[in-house]
Design a protein around this ligand. Sequence first.
Ligand code: ADP
Ligand code: MG
Length: 352
Amino acid sequence: MTLDDRLLDVRGATVRYAPGRAAVDGADLRLTCGRVTALLGPSGSGKSSLLRAIAGLEKLDGGEIRFENNVWSAPGVHLPPEQRRCGVVFQDYALFPHLTALDNTAFGLRGGSRAQRRAQAMQRLIAVELEERAHAYPHQLSGGEQQRVALARALAPGPDVVLMDEPFSGLDRRLRTDLRATTARALRQSAAATLLVTHDAEEALALADTIALMSEGRIIQTGAPDALYLRPASLTAARLLGEIEVFDATVSNSHAATPLGGAPAPGFADGAPVCVLVRPESIQVRRADGDGALATITERRAGVGQLRLVCQMSDGREVMARTLLSARHRQGDAVRLSLDPDAVHVISASAA
Ligand code: ADP
Ligand code: MG
């Protein structure tokens, strides 16, 4: 049996805290061993509730969670958390304040001698590059170090499933980027099925093999990061992954016309109302003597390596474009805008 055959399968999971709308509302999700799945959604969409249901910390009101052939949760069935072989990294890390990094890491280990358990825990601390801080207490550790202890503790017993709830949210940007790499390495070594809960699209895109998008208690789309980014199935999915420009259009001869040029719309009938979705970096900005739709730059903001431009077209509509910082566009410049036809995506207007 290969790792790919080992699955955590969530079907129709429903968690309801009170009468009315369920916090998790018929969610479907599959986690594969050896792979990282990001659960991406806005605050309040039900991500933590779903994670807690998988860990066995919430009971299901409907649906089923199974790992391989074992039912973990179903109506009337609830395997206790300690029997699920799940490692959890909570948002606040939840380290034991009176235990050192090493003893925190060894906490969930069973069997063998104390020396063997400590040696096993030390291996996990080495995997997250924290062996030098093994004898420090949580209050002596930085936020990033605490996060790595929490990860080492979750991985130490060799769990089948690792669940991480916004593990980088309390950390500054630079540290987050460094920790992502360490975390990704440690997770890939572990061969567990990992669920990384986040509201940060960049983090999901950087770390995950698969992204599941959550909105209002439901998983609305699942796929590879680049596929979701470039070919979202709906406007909600598109917006969860980053900024997007939307042009309403009507299909004619498998083409959708927008003010910035035509987009291929294969598979749509003539006259079908559609939305043409374009990421800001796929809007090409050229000098006014080139081809494209005439516009004026009304706002210019420098970001990390990129320039964010708001361009007003002749009909008054504003369009956002991103270019390289080295492109010397100035506020007030007249420019020509066009689409990168390979990077536009057309969806039915009813999916908007
Ligand atoms: P997320 O992690 O995506 O921010 P949560 O799963 O925490 O979302 O919350 C989803 C919804 O369930 C929210 O409306 C939240 O207020 C509600 N909720 C979460 N936990 C509880 C709880 N223990 N009791 C009652 N309502 C809860
Ligand atoms: Mg949450």
